[in-house]
Design a protein around this ligand. Structure first.
Ligand SMILES: O=C(O)CCC(=O)C(=O)O
Ligand SMILES: [Fe+2]
Length: 280
């Protein structure tokens, strides 16, 4: 059945912190994007090794970008994004040809050799060394910021989330689970691929309230990257999932400002603040 936008998409996004526009990509476009992403996988393996898990921004590399332009212009998807957020919000920015601006859109890939799992995190707060947390806390509810896309070209069950966590600071059980910074990822050294798979799964399940997001080919998931989430990857499960921001001019400016601020703080040795141990 053709995708139809409804108010429940708006309700889900705001209450859960994520929404899925099911089957919104036409099958012909899925096919074209898959072809471009085959090339992206080759480039990622050549330049970053077999375990590479992404190529981003895609416009920087020698892949056929036309399917991405078609995706960026898809009327149903633009309409759904604008109705969910505002007309100022746009996805799949591919940058400006002839400049160093390549936009944000990339592709997430399966690792080539063995499972891997990121640490549980809330983006920027927990994965950017030097991030001034007062700035994150001042902005984490701002709907112009932190809107992120995973658009699956193959079935994808890599992303785990804690629904509703985008609306609040950490619960006591979450702070107890991850008392220190940087947050500990699962420890995989010396493990066989089968052991890695089990360790990663148990790590995902160890977070109170965690659920796995299931996407089918052509599903567009939009999520608040301020919610607790992670990516858990299995080498035998093919993945090509477009990864992108639903961007606004103010979010782009904020990112520039934060990247500079965090670099300076890192140089000054101020690597990690702990959000659950901040001075009052
Ligand atoms: O692979 C995923 O779905 C999640 C990736 C992620 O959390 C990130 O890029 O910060
Ligand atoms: Fe993330």
């Amino acid at each position: 059945m053709a995708f139809q936008f409804s108010d429940s998409h708006i309700a889900d996004y705001h209450t859960l912190g994520y929404v899925v526009f099911r089957g919104i990509l036409p099958t012909s476009l899925i096919g074209e994007l898959r072809k471009s992403c085959e090339k992206a996988r080759e480039i990622a393996h050549k330049t970053r090794g077999k375990q590479a898990q992404r190529l981003q921004p895609i416009a920087k590399f020698d892949v056929n970008i036309q399917p991405f332009r078609d995706y960026a212009e898809l009327p149903e998807l633009n309409d759904a994004v604008h109705r969910l957020l505002t007309k100022q919000h746009s996805y799949c920015n591919l940058g400006k040809p002839g400049t160093e601006d390549y936009g944000v859109c990339g592709v997430l890939l399966e690792p080539g050799e063995t499972p891997y799992c990121t640490a549980w995190h809330r983006d920027w707060r927990d994965n950017l060394p030097g991030m001034p947390l007062s700035d994150w806390h001042a902005n984490y509810l701002n709907l112009d910021f932190f809107n992120q896309v995973n658009c699956a070209l193959y079935e994808d069950s890599c992303t785990w989330v804690v629904p509703g966590s985008h609306l609040r600071r950490d619960l006591p059980c979450e702070a107890r689970r991850f008392p220190t910074r940087p947050i500990e990822p699962p420890i995989l050294t010396g493990q066989t691929p089968e052991q890695c798979e089990r360790t990663c799964l148990e790590y995902c399940q160890s977070m109170p309230g965690a659920v796995r997001l299931f996407l089918n080919a052509g599903d567009f998931a939009l999520y608040r990257n301020t919610l607790w989430h992670l990516g858990n990857y299995i080498h035998y499960r093919k993945r090509a999932t477009l990864h992108d921001a639903v961007d606004t001019p103010s979010y782009a400016l904020w990112r520039d400002h934060i990247m500079k601020a965090s670099e300076e703080r890192t140089k000054a040795g101020q690597m990690w603040e702990n959000p659950n141990q901040l001075a009052a």
